[in-house]
Design a protein around this ligand. Structure first.
Ligand code: AMP
Ligand code: MG
Length: 538
């Protein structure tokens, strides 16, 4: 049962200015009883967060607080915890869950919707920027289907830390303001193995200009609700793509092309930093080209394009690292199908979707050049250079992050022998026995080709190192680090969550004294649940 939330007045939080345009301008579900149902002819349903007994703040992001013009003092206040766990609504908040659908693992799944996300409202900050505040794990909604609307601490720590880590890496992403324990238990069967256990519940407050997904458009087309489709497209263009001008047939196509370009840019970043989303269903694709819905994601340790952390996808590996570019393209194809009724011509949609391939190809080349410290990618030389490198990285277990970072400190002397050249890279190897003479000779050859490539292009070494260190992070949210922080947090010790949050604010800096967080995955983490294997259960 949902209890009525009181309207709270608090100084600081009270200064937030709400302008809830989404619910003001788009059609509401007239039903306000919070039962699970198919919601037709509406973009959202009003719903209140469920109150919890004993909330406790685990962490907050000072940068997101600043975006919202909240002081750190306010973030530490009891009122902040009450508001961002969903126990009290501020004046101006008007909470709702959004209706959307999606293709899950390649199949149309019908209505999904915010099953455990509740939007509190949209704020306008002092700079005039608009942000939607959304609680994840604050109780059931009409879209909860057969689940409980809740989230556990482990998945909430992962979402909170990764959102902020990605932001500081320069990857487009939704943000996270806060992570709050509810003080209540949630039952989860982590690997769907018939072994349900109580776990601590938590709520993350996510922040983004909009949480609209590809699936938000798909649901209306699937139901033949074409006026709603048009309303949401027009709304999205006017609100989130205002530079495109008044909606029209031409503007629809420009908008779709821009979504294709933004999506391509996001995927290039994922491939650059070794991020595997894990569940690239169309309901998890942001219309703004933001990384959204951090579930069973993971970071590549040893470079392996076939790797996915998601055990739910183990059979097909649809969402493996190396497949992410193709999947994004497939998802854009589904979005094209969804907006087809507004365009009614295939050809211009086809042309627009080509923008994905062009942007991805160019972005990928620039990214590869940056990772190698080149000032430009020359396909006639670099296609071969990079292909050989990727073969080498896969042929023995090589930590991707460490390898690229250490490549910057290579001694740029082609006269050196294989082992001398390789010396700075040794930390990247997981299994020293794999480093056969044959491998060393092949890598040595590659390193000499690389040195010559740099020397021929006349790039000064300081310049090369600077480019590489700005492209190749030293610190990422390694899967085992997140798990160690979770283990501690589950014991009531939030220090490592906060330490990682701090560390990951400067992923490209050396940060003396923090090197232990840049080490490769220890052996114990190879097969441990949460480190290399995750499921959708969260
Ligand atoms: P995901 O693949 O995790 O993004 O989730 C797919 C759909 O399931 C979305 O509509 C979610 O809101 C919903 N969902 C996931 N977990 C829960 C939960 N614990 N309670 C209610 N809905 C959920
Ligand atoms: Mg989702």
């Amino acid at each position: 049962m949902i209890m009525m939330n009181s309207q709270t007045k608090t100084s600081g939080l009270d200064d937030l200015i709400f302008d809830n345009r989404f619910i003001r301008e788009l059609p509401a579900d007239p039903e306000t009883v919070n039962n699970r149902r198919q919601v037709f002819s509406a973009c959202y349903s009003r719903v209140l967060p469920t109150k919890v007994a004993n909330p406790r703040l685990v962490a907050y992001s000072r940068e997101v607080a600043e975006l919202l013009d909240l002081t750190e003092e306010v973030c530490k206040s009891a009122d902040f915890t009450q508001v961002f766990v969903g126990n009290s609504l501020l004046t101006g908040m008007d909470s709702y869950a959004i209706c959307y659908g999606g293709h899950q693992f390649g199949n149309w799944a019908g209505q999904l919707g915010d099953g455990r996300a509740i939007n509190l409202g949209e704020i306008i900050n002092r700079k005039g920027e608009r942000f939607t505040l959304q609680l994840k794990g604050a109780g059931s909604t009409p879209y909860s289907r057969n689940a409980d609307g809740l989230a556990v601490l482990r998945s909430s720590v992962r979402e909170f830390l990764c959102s902020e880590a990605m932001y500081h890496l320069g990857v487009p992403t939704t943000r996270a303001l806060s992570l709050i324990l509810t003080g209540e238990e949630v039952i989860r069967d982590m690997f769907y193995s018939g072994d349900p256990k109580p776990e601590p519940g938590a709520v993350v407050c996510r922040v983004a200009p909009s949480f609209t997904r590809f699936g938000s458009f798909q649901i209306f087309t699937a139901r033949g609700e074409i006026d709603l489709l048009r309303k949401l497209v027009d709304y999205t263009i006017v609100t989130d793509f205002p530079h495109l001008g008044e909606p029209s047939l031409d503007v629809y196509l420009q908008w779709f092309e821009e979504v294709c370009r933004r999506t391509a840019e996001m995927i290039v970043h994922w491939q650059r930093v070794g991020f595997v989303h894990g569940v690239m269903n169309t309901d998890n694709m942001s219309i703004l080209g933001l990384t959204i819905d951090y579930g069973p994601y993971g970071w590549l340790e040893n470079y392996d394009p076939n790797w996915t952390p998601n055990t739910t996808d183990a059979a097909d590996r649809r969402y493996r690292f190396g497949n992410q570019p193709q999947i994004a393209f497939w998802n854009l194809g589904q979005l094209a199908n969804a907006i087809y009724p507004l365009i009614e011509q295939v050809e211009p949609l086809q042309q627009a979707i080509n923008a994905y391939k062009d942007t991805f190809e160019r972005g990928w080349q620039t990214m590869v050049a940056g990772k190698l410290g080149l000032n430009a990618y020359d396909p006639s030389i670099d296609n071969e250079l990079n292909t050989e490198l990727l073969i080498l990285l896969q042929s023995v277990e090589t930590d991707m992050t460490i390898f690229y970072r250490k490549l910057a400190i290579l001694v740029m002397d082609v006269e050196l022998g294989d082992e001398a050249l390789m010396a700075p890279l040794m930390e990247a190897y997981y299994v020293p026995e794999q480093l056969t003479d044959e491998y060393k000779a092949r890598l040595g050859n590659w390193l000499r080709l690389y040195i010559k490539r740099i020397q021929n292009s006349g790039i000064a070494d300081a310049e090369r190192i600077k480019t590489m260190n700005a492209t190749n992070p030293k610190y990422v949210l390694r899967n085992y680090l997140a798990q160690l922080a979770i283990d501690k947090a589950e014991q009531g010790d939030f220090s490592m969550v906060n330490e990682l949050l701090e560390l990951l604010r400067h992923p490209y800096d050396e940060q003396p004294g923090k090197e232990e967080f840049a080490l490769k995955r220890p052996d114990w983490a190879r097969q441990r649940a949460g480190c290399s294997m995750l499921s959708c259960s969260s």
